[in-house]
Design a protein around this ligand. Structure first.
Ligand SMILES: [Zn+2]
Length: 357
């Protein structure tokens, strides 16, 4: 691409890794060494709700105002296609969402009011997570300022979650043969029940953590018994009441604080990597709701402890050379600004670990 003379010399254009894509390096503003995926359309049109749908834009604005990130660090996603969504969700469920024919019970279970606009927002969240996964594979880490809807199942939504964007991103990367295996590290205060079910090696009895795979079942299946290893650290006495097994679940007691939590997280990741070595992508679900002042959580992490949690995940992943894509999931602090700070600190932690100035 020719150098646009009107911008020279303040901006240097360079070719990015994808043909036809061009990146501008603005002298004096060092870009982050990774991308932040964001759109104003991440906003969820759910009216007055405990889920603060405005948190995405507020986090975006906070990152700019505090100069954690520059405008050029953000990339806008495209919505997932129906084919992407169908990699995880059933045709019947997708049809109901597209035609507005969920039953009253199904809508109640989702706990957000159905609208076609909301469907579009969830398709975009899934597209954002796919893009974050793609960028993470190139840059080592990428963060979607959204997503993390881990309570969505293949055939229904639950707990504010319509579409499981994490699972869609993983299945898209696998379908495109960009990865074979992945690990989810879900640190939302609520168990990642949808993700656990989607990736459960259900057809392989006895393939839970530490047990021996049923070789006859494996031989019948074209896929390995477990191509995605799911880790969930969550408060035991909290939603969901029934917790389908992840590959590794840590059921944490009420009121756990920073020190114990960080020790559990370190142990969980070490154990996970021992049982499932060298995943090709980590999907880190960086929920803000383990915070001690969260309305829907019962753990006692501080804002500083949550940032240390993020740093720990990034440091361990970087040391192992495993790319990390991040989604935000829940966050219901009494003071919305605390939720924004916690989410923004995830970007700041990545910046510290991955070397942005
Ligand atoms: Zn949550």
């Amino acid at each position: 691409m020719p150098v646009p003379s009107a911008c020279f010399p303040r901006i240097i254009w360079s070719f990015a890794r994808e043909p036809g894509e061009c990146r501008a390096l603005i002298i004096g503003h060092r870009m982050l060494p990774f991308k932040l995926i964001y759109s104003d359309d991440y906003f969820l049109p759910i009216g007055s709700h405990v889920f603060p749908a405005e948190k995405y834009k507020l986090t975006h604005d906070y990152l700019l105002a505090r100069k954690v990130a520059d405008a050029s660090d953000f990339v806008a996603p495209r919505p997932a296609t129906d084919d992407d969504i169908l990699l995880v969700h059933t045709p019947q469920y997708v049809q109901k969402l597209k035609t507005g024919t969920l039953s009253a019970r199904e809508e109640l279970e989702m706990e957000v009011p159905y609208s076609p606009e909301l469907v579009r927002a969830f398709w975009l969240a899934a597209g954002g997570s796919m893009l974050a996964a793609d960028y993470a594979l190139n840059d080592g880490v990428a963060i979607s300022i959204g997503g993390g809807f881990h309570h969505a199942f293949p055939d229904h939504g639950e707990g504010f979650c319509m579409i499981n964007d994490i699972a869609v991103a993983i299945r898209r990367m696998q379908a495109d043969e960009k990865i074979r295996t992945a690990m989810t590290i879900d640190c939302d205060v609520h168990q990642g029940n949808g993700t656990a079910v989607i990736f459960a090696p259900a057809s392989v009895p006895g393939n839970r953590l530490g047990s021996i795979p049923n070789l006859a079942e494996m031989a019948r299946s074209r896929k390995p018994p477990c191509d995605v290893f799911t880790i969930s650290l969550h408060q035991e006495n909290n939603y969901p009441a029934f917790k389908p097994p992840s590959s590794l679940d840590l059921n944490l007691p009420d009121g756990m604080g920073d020190g114990d939590y960080l020790a559990c997280l370190g142990t969980a990741i070490s154990l996970g990597l021992e049982k499932f070595p060298r995943p090709e992508l980590i999907c880190y679900v960086a929920g803000a709701d383990p915070y001690r002042d969260d309305q829907l959580g019962g753990l006692s992490l501080t804002i500083e402890g949550l940032k240390e949690r993020d740093s720990l995940v990034f440091r361990l992943a970087k040391a192992e050379g495993i790319p990390v894509m991040v989604t935000f999931a829940g966050g219901y602090a009494h003071r919305l600004e605390d939720t924004i700070t916690i989410h923004s600190n995830t970007v700041a932690a990545a910046k510290e670990v991955y070397g942005g100035k």
